[in-house]
Design a protein around this ligand. Structure first.
Ligand code: F0G
Length: 403
């Protein structure tokens, strides 16, 4: 059994209701699952294919529902041995760039688009800084349903824009930032019966909570000390925390990790609210960062993220664009893992928090890297060394090799 509940006033709503905020108090909604009805053993889970649907009993879809899947999840958890030595912590990388469309959004979309079909939606839509639109476009294609995506014009990394076009979404550039685009699609989704698949949709987050389940699975049911997550619209960190809490409540684990959210300096309303001890963020009207995925000033799920951080006795910090690029380079060149800038904020955050004494030496830390490097090739061309071009002769080549 599952239902929707308001995180503020606990009002309940039936799962069939298409609703994204509480009718009584306008609070955010979350899916409540009756875990006491679930009966599944660890050994049973371990027999199944590794990925989102391994945890079928914990996912709120009807028993007979047709699942729209591209075999998402099951991403690697790398032990970052070189960086661990350098930083003095036990560092793991949960590489969400290895998902079908190259980001963690696929976990949300398999659930979200399955739900859309279950609810007999004729079209789906979202606003996006890029990855959500790429993922939704692919899952809508698989489901054979129409897809509308609203993107801040000129501010989307090239790879993501290409994906949305490739998968046949109706791609609409908005002269404004993500926050403006989200407001517009929320209005349009009500007016035109488009099923909204931004992270304000609580069903989508149910897919993303499997990031936590998989980390536990991959650490052989041990719990890391800390999980570090890049934060934009605040859905993912909230979903991951929910996943850990559910495995705790179910009895698979008997402790919980510390959640740590990292934002880009000029788009960090959550960090500001956290440090000032506030429950509500003050919106940033003109967020700016090279990590375009998290160029967000009014994160809709901020109350959920702030709770996740506080409940877990966690922390929030911001990093400059320079620190983000340095971290991206470090991960690429010390560990062979290519991630987009937003993802590198988790590594940049760890480095900073070690310096600040927030992260202790020897801690077991899992960084979530949210999107693949190929999403944003332009950043490499503009911020890294240029390739060398020479005449095709051995003299010219040797001058470079022996330099
Ligand atoms: N990292 C990447 C690569 C993202 O694309 C996003 C969000 C985040 C981190 C932050 O996650 O919003 O759940 O806090 N991208 C959204 C999008 C906003 O439209 O693709 P969040």
């Amino acid at each position: 059994m599952y239902e929707l509940r308001c995180i503020e006033c606990r009002e309940r709503y039936a799962p069939e209701e298409i609703i994204f905020t509480c009718k009584k108090c306008n609070g955010l909604l979350e899916v409540w699952m009756n875990l006491s009805e679930i009966e599944v053993k660890r050994e049973e889970l371990e027999k199944r294919m590794f990925g989102v649907w391994r945890y079928r009993e914990f996912l709120p879809v009807g028993k007979k529902t047709k699942i729209i899947t591209l075999q998402e999840g099951g991403t690697p958890l790398y032990k970052a041995e070189n960086l661990s030595k350098e930083l003095g912590v036990e560092l793991y990388i949960k590489n969400e760039g290895a998902n079908p469309t190259g980001s963690f959004k696929d976990r949300g979309m398999t659930l979200g688009v399955t739900k859309a079909i279950e609810l007999k939606a004729k079209a789906v839509g979202c606003a996006s800084t890029g990855n959500t639109s790429a993922s939704l476009a692919a899952y809508a294609a698989k489901a054979g349903i129409k897809c509308f995506v609203l993107l801040p014009a000129g501010k989307i990394a090239l790879g993501k824009l290409a994906q949305a076009i490739l998968h046949g979404a109706v791609v609409i550039g908005i002269r404004g930032n993500f926050d403006v685009a989200l407001k517009l699609i929320r209005e349009a989704s009500q007016k035109f019966n488009i099923y909204l698949l931004n992270s304000i949709n609580p069903w989508r987050l149910e897919g993303q909570k499997t990031e936590a389940y998989e980390i536990i699975d991959q650490l052989v049911f041990e719990v890391p000390d800390r999980v570090v997550v890049p934060v934009g619209n605040c859905g993912n960190i909230s979903a991951i925390w929910k996943g850990f809490k559910e495995f705790y409540e179910y009895g698979f684990i008997n402790e919980l990790p510390i959640m740590t959210g990292i934002q880009a300096e000029k788009a960090s309303p959550v960090v500001k609210a956290f440090k000032e001890g506030k429950d509500k963020i003050s919106p940033i009207e003109k967020p700016e960062t090279i990590a375009t995925a998290i160029r967000i000033g009014k994160p809709v799920n901020a109350p959920k993220a702030l709770r996740a951080i506080r409940e877990s006795r966690g922390y929030a910090e911001s990093c400059t664009d320079e620190e983000i690029i340095e971290a991206q380079k470090l991960l690429a060149r010390k560990e062979g893992i290519g991630v987009e800038p937003a993802s590198a904020t988790s590594i940049a955050g760890v480095i900073k928090l070690i310096d600040e004494g927030i992260i202790d030496k020897g801690e077991r830390v899992v960084c979530i890297t949210t999107g693949h490097a190929l999403k944003d090739p332009e950043i490499v061309f503009s911020r890294y060394e240029k390739p060398i071009e020479i005449e095709p002769d051995i003299e010219a080549l040797s001058s470079i090799i022996t330099k």
